[in-house]
Design a protein around this ligand. Sequence first.
Ligand SMILES: NC(=O)c1ccc[n+]([C@@H]2O[C@H](COP(=O)([O-])OP(=O)(O)OC[C@H]3O[C@@H](n4cnc5c(N)ncnc54)[C@H](OP(=O)(O)O)[C@@H]3O)[C@@H](O)[C@H]2O)c1
Length: 238
Amino acid sequence: MRYALVTGCDHGVGLSLARCLAERNYTVAACRLNEEERQIDKLAEEYPDRVRVFTLNIADDASVREMRDAVGCAFPSLDLLINCAGVLGDMEPGPEEPLDYDLMLRVMNVNALGALRVTSALLPLLRKGQDKTVVNISSEAGSIGDCERTGWFGYCMSKAANNMQGALLHNTLRREGGRVIQMHPGHVATYMRGHLDTTAPNTPDASARGILNVVLDQPLPLRDRPLFLDFRGKELPW
Ligand SMILES: NC(=O)c1ccc[n+]([C@@H]2O[C@H](COP(=O)([O-])OP(=O)(O)OC[C@H]3O[C@@H](n4cnc5c(N)ncnc54)[C@H](OP(=O)(O)O)[C@@H]3O)[C@@H](O)[C@H]2O)c1
């Protein structure tokens, strides 16, 4: 029996990841932010033995503690943690635009600190798992080596910081037989921009299948530094 936890399962890539993991016989703790989002409830009805729904706001310490306690009562261990929840914030075109620093702080709190909050809270459960694998859904936008944009400050900076927290946690986990993988899910047709992004070539299901194929089916090298891969397994520059 393998146990996984996915954040951001209200819709989009997180929902698809939860579905794909249930199809692969994982028992899944599917965490959603908004209790009025019911798609994950339908999945739990479809897989009553394999999908458990939890409420989680990764930007809030108390919510993360509550989730940790609830999951700790329901699950004996955790093999795979996928930090998928994220927000976009403003897509400011450049530094001469008015910059909303309060919004940037909120984006940072979700995208960078949120993943750290969750992983840190779940470390004891991960340590009891067989695989001890953490996958952070980062973004190509967090790559400093490949940075071509002139804006999107909050999002790009928060994903670069997400990469750093992943690298720091990898240094702890790899000594204990685990690992962290930083993952770009591709350009995916979701509602992250506030409307369906019809310019995106990938469906959430295709992205999720790709991510799990890379993480679970391919013999990935375990290096001193974490891998930064896209959903097809291609390495990205840090
Ligand atoms: N779509 C792309 O092209 C793309 C590209 C690169 C990286 N990514 C990354 O992929 C991940 C999934 O994004 P997506 O495209 O699937 O967008 P999405 O459909 O908007 O999914 C994001 C999920 O995170 C949840 N969330 C937001 N704030 C949260 C919080 N404070 N606590 C817990 N959950 C929270 C959202 O819930 P609500 O919507 O209910 O608020 C939603 O379920 C994100 O980390 C994103 O940065 C996406």
